[in-house]
Design a protein around this ligand. Structure first.
Ligand SMILES: *[C@@H]1O[C@H](CO)[C@@H](O)[C@H](O)[C@H]1NC(C)=O
Length: 510
């Protein structure tokens, strides 16, 4: 339970408070005296969760529910998967009669007692379609958020019925959603020590899962494989891709046919992305030029902290999170009630989005029985997992990408243009600054429209295996705001013709 949680962390956060106190008492003019209250990681995590109108009963899925009975679902390093039969409204648009929807648990072998929960949806079009895995960020938010509100096969209607999504990514892929890191969603353990604190732990667990998944579905191992996700997955994804690539090179286990990865509104290179906040906010008229210049006075501390984090890890990373988050919070103080995931929208009180039906839906007995989750809690977003990853937050995950590009993996970095928190400008900046053999050519490539149904749905730039796409009329959650464009993007990119923008590559609902 949360109350028995991590002695290591308690220590970490006492240290954090210790460091914050002097920093606010000797506050420079650019730092507000309410800094400690504003930036406390737990407060940030709770704000995130309330902003989605989510109320998880537990702060982490450790020891909640009847672990022993659920343990029999997956033991001995094995995967236990069962067929899902959920009532669905509308038309799947599929020619495949017997649509395969599955949910399962996997006993993570490099853990004491952790089980990873996942959904697997067979493609509505062809068993030969690529296998795509999706990771939601947070850190600590369940991938079911994306499944039910973004790119899954179905959405939750207001009356809690499930309705087919005409633009689910399972229209062009065999699609997997995993709850991770351990403690998130339905993924659980009985012990705190299974909580992950860095990308090494995260990517090893994901790699182990993938090996077990392809062992259980050998017919899919020959298919192309892509890693996708959003937000904090901008950290998970490059690490996971590098882990798979490394396993392949070492000829470990099953060869995974990794072709590339896509990151949507991600946090990948904090130093560049935190620097871009004020520029983006100024461009979007959220702040004035003088606000911009004042807030930028906080940048040197943030950048220095990031360097220290890279050198020392641990508390230096938590400190830099504090310093850098103050920049973001200062912008939000000025911008007011805007939804930082979509600056066209405002937040009413704490409420920025309403994803509460997700918890209501997943807590129904009939649904829980269908999913085989026993009495395991659903932790929509875990503040404990969020905090546990604070030492990882300011790490630069861009560093591992050039080697993957040189080996020919396709990389797509896309961003909805109205998101502030992982805005397109910061993403574009690091993508342009990334050193690799095609950097110069990428920089001088033309920006071209990304056309969907004859209309410009975004602006795109690519060279060789690297593509950057700014998506119009979308915030942080691109598949939610622009479902058709996002499906088109995935399909064209996987087919290696994201630059081909004609009616021939169009995706129409059936
Ligand atoms: C629930 O909502 C869906 C989608 O709006 C609708 O098709 C369905 O008829 C509704 N069901 C009931 C029982 O009202």
């Amino acid at each position: 339970m949360a109350s028995t949680f991590l002695p290591k962390h308690t220590l970490l956060f006492s240290l954090l408070l210790f460091f914050l106190t002097p920093s606010s008492s000797t506050a420079s003019p650019s730092k507000t005296s309410s800094l400690a209250a504003d930036v406390s990681p737990r407060t940030q995590a709770e704000k995130l969760i309330r902003g989605f109108n989510l109320f998880p009963r537990e702060s982490v899925n450790i020891g909640a529910g009847d672990v022993d009975s659920a343990a029999s679902l997956a033991s001995g390093g094995k995967i236990v998967e069962s067929r899902l039969k959920l009532p669905l409204l509308g038309n799947s648009g599929s020619s495949i009669q017997d649509l395969g929807h599955h949910a399962g648990y996997y006993r993570l072998p490099h853990s004491h007692a952790a089980r990873m929960f996942y959904f697997f949806f067979e493609s509505r079009s062809s068993a030969d379609d690529p296998v795509v895995i999706w990771l939601t960020g947070g850190p600590g938010c369940s991938s079911e958020l994306a499944l039910f509100y973004e790119n899954g096969p179905f959405h939750i209607a207001n009356n809690l019925s499930l309705v087919w999504n005409d633009y689910g990514w399972d229209k062009v892929s065999n699609l997997i959603f995993v709850d991770q890191p351990t403690g998130t969603g339905f993924s659980y353990s009985s012990v705190d020590s299974d909580i992950r604190h860095d990308e090494q732990g995260v990517s090893n667990d994901l790699y182990d899962f993938l090996q077990a998944f392809f062992a259980a579905h050998p017919q899919l191992a020959k298919n192309d494989f892509y890693i996708t996700g959003e937000s904090y997955a901008g950290h998970y994804i490059p690490a996971f891709a590098a882990r798979v690539h490394q396993g392949n090179k070492a000829k470990d286990g099953i060869q995974i046919n990794l072709k590339g990865f896509a990151i949507g509104n991600g946090l990948t290179n904090p130093e560049i992305q935190y620097e871009a906040y004020t520029d983006y906010a100024l461009n979007m008229k959220l702040i004035t030029q003088s606000d911009h210049d004042n807030i930028n006075a906080m940048l040197p501390d943030c950048k220095q902290g990031i360097k220290q984090c890279a050198a020392e890890g641990g508390n230096a990373c938590v400190n830099s999170y504090e310093d850098c988050t103050s920049i973001f919070n200062k912008i939000m103080d000025i911008a007011g009630d805007i939804n930082y995931y979509d600056i066209r929208k405002s937040c009413e009180g704490d409420l920025c989005y309403d994803f509460s039906n997700l918890e209501t839906f997943l807590n129904q007995k009939s649904v829980r029985d269908a999913l085989g989750v026993g009495t395991i809690e659903f932790v929509s977003c875990s503040s404990t997992v969020y905090e546990a990853m604070l030492t990882d937050w300011m790490k630069n995950l861009e560093a591992g990408i050039p080697a993957l590009l040189e080996d020919g993996l396709k990389v797509l970095i896309y961003a909805g243009e109205y998101d502030l928190i992982c805005n397109w400008l910061g993403n574009s900046n690091w993508v342009h600054a990334m050193g690799w053999s095609g950097q110069k050519q990428f920089g001088t490539s033309a920006t071209v429209p990304f056309v969907v149904n004859g209309a410009e749905a975004g602006l795109m730039k690519s060279y060789g295996p690297l593509t950057f796409l700014k998506v119009h009329n979308a915030g942080h959650m691109v598949p939610m705001d622009q479902p058709k464009a996002s499906l088109q993007m995935l399909k064209s990119w996987m087919a290696g013709k994201v630059a081909m923008t004609g009616a021939d590559s169009e995706i129409a609902p059936s």
